[in-house]
Write a protein that binds this ligand. Structure first.
Ligand SMILES: Cc1cc2nc3c(=O)[nH]c(=O)nc-3n(C[C@H](O)[C@H](O)[C@H](O)COP(=O)(O)OP(=O)(O)OC[C@H]3O[C@@H](n4cnc5c(N)ncnc54)[C@H](O)[C@@H]3O)c2cc1C
Length: 422
């Protein structure tokens, strides 16, 4: 049995959030000193970022890497990742030139596709590739060696690694460059690179991160994404001219598309044997005897890191109940995330504590919640299902999908897209 710890409530704001992480969560993070990202946590910051986002030019500029002022990407992903902004809300609120809105919404659908894939296959997304690159490169293993392996290469690579580590965020194009450089050109194990991203990204999710890495290797399209000089010249003008390797650029031409190992596809990629489980459609009130709708009343709202915003269905259904957030100590100990991610979460929770009665715990969710009936929003990730199954009672609210999961093929984005209604 783990030790259960009730943590104090931090003051709102960056310095208090950093001090809280340093004092209570330092043993769970991979970097020192504890410092927050330029991207702030909290509902107010999320709402401000959405209100400030101008979609005009998004279609042509979303992949711009440098200079920063030319970037067209929204940088909303940390808020979307942690449910401070829900996909249906972002979909409805974006307004502007039709071409840009269509492209932006298409990317929201990629996020939704990643979530459907993960909700259906869970951990099998790590192995359910149609094909994998041959993994004969050096196994990197530790966060430091992945970091070093990346940085010791090229300025256009290390600049992006620096940004990832210092800010906890990267534009999509930079993620494609790094993942291609790692796994397509150097044939290194993609799961080491995936883990490194997951550790440092504020928006790091097994769903979208894994899909991104697999997409780079060509898992969904039979063709890998090759990163080479011409993309840098196009998307980061000036970098190549300033580079000391410019006249002997080691990525002048595209990397070879190495043959990939074929892996057996799980049948669940073609059709869903249990759609209710995937979508959380069973998620109504669960009582000890399993009768839907007849369980005990909720005593507390349980917020998870998937859904921390004012629009969380469980939170808004019970405006008078206390709110619990649990830093899952065994999980965080295993993941060793960057302190930036935890500062982001603490900023969010401290802001919520200004208007709600919040309890913060360090421990395992089923143990913290063992004696209380929580009201919680279904989260389409395997860890949530496991914790929920271990609780004697819970009132479960449906996850606000952008499009409801279907039982048809999810073998590729386009196969999945054919089955959705948007
Ligand atoms: C190797 C690799 C790893 C990635 N890891 C993650 C991750 O851990 N978490 C994550 O949310 N996204 C991940 N992505 C997808 C994408 O790069 C980010 O969602 C995007 O860069 C976030 O920045 P933004 O909010 O400015 O995106 P915008 O371009 O402004 O898009 C708006 C939103 O659409 C969604 N979106 C955009 N592109 C994608 C995409 N290709 N796949 C899925 N959703 C998308 C995101 O929710 C994003 O916030 C990864 C992509 C690659 C290639």
């Amino acid at each position: 049995m783990e030790t259960l710890t009730l943590l104090p409530i931090p003051e709102a704001g960056r310095p208090a959030a950093e001090a809280f992480v340093a004092d209570h969560l330092r043993h769970l993070i991979c970097d020192e000193p504890v410092s927050g990202s330029p991207i702030r946590g909290g509902q107010r910051a999320a709402d401000a970022a959405l209100a400030a986002f101008d979609v005009s030019g998004y279609a042509s500029d979303r992949n711009q890497v440098h200079p920063i002022d030319d970037r067209g990407a929204s940088r909303l992903s940390p808020y979307i990742r942690h449910g401070l902004l829900m996909l249906p809300q972002v979909w409805d609120q974006v307004d502007g030139p039709q071409r840009d809105v269509a492209k932006f919404r298409d990317e929201l659908l990629w996020q939704e596709y990643a979530r459907h894939l993960y909700a259906r296959l869970g951990r099998r997304t790590g192995t359910a590739l149609r094909s994998q690159p041959p993994e004969h490169g050096p196994a990197a293993g530790s966060p430091t060696s992945v970091d070093q392996a990346w940085r010791s290469t090229l300025p256009c690579v290390s600049a992006n690694v620096d940004e990832l580590v210092e800010s906890g965020w990267l534009v999509n194009q930079a993620r494609m460059w790094l993942s291609s450089h790692w796994t397509v050109r150097h044939q290194r194990p993609w799961s080491d690179g995936e883990d490194f991203f997951f550790r440092h990204l504020l928006d790091g999710s097994r769903a979208a991160n894994r899909l991104g890495w697999q997409w780079t290797t060509g898992a969904g399209s039979h063709k890998s994404y090759g990163f080479s000089r011409w993309q840098v010249e196009r998307r980061a003008p000036g970098w190549c001219q300033a580079c000391e390797l410019s006249s002997r650029c080691p990525i002048e031409s595209k990397p070879a598309d190495h043959p990939r190992r074929q892996v057996a596809k799980p049948s669940a990629l073609a059709s869903d044997p249990d759609l209710a489980r995937t979508s959380g459609a069973y998620a109504t009130t669960r009582s000890p005897d399993g009768d839907a709708g007849s369980g005990p009343a909720a005593e507390v709202v349980w917020l998870t890191a998937e859904s921390l915003g004012d629009h969380d269905p469980a939170l808004s259904a019970h405006p008078d109940l206390p709110v619990i957030f649990i830093f899952d100590e065994p999980l965080l100990d295993r993941l060793q995330l960057s302190g930036k991610r935890l500062v982001f979460l603490v900023e969010t929770l401290a802001e919520l504590a200004e208007v709600r009665n919040v309890e913060l715990h360090l421990g395992r969710p089923p143990e913290v919640l063992a004696d209380r009936t929580p009201s919680v929003t279904f989260a389409p990730v395997p860890g949530f299902r496991r914790h929920l199954a271990a609780l004697p009672t819970a009132v479960v609210h449906p996850w606000p999908w952008l499009v409801p999961p279907h039982a048809g093929s999810i073998q590729s984005f386009s196969a999945w897209r054919r089955g959705v209604s948007r």
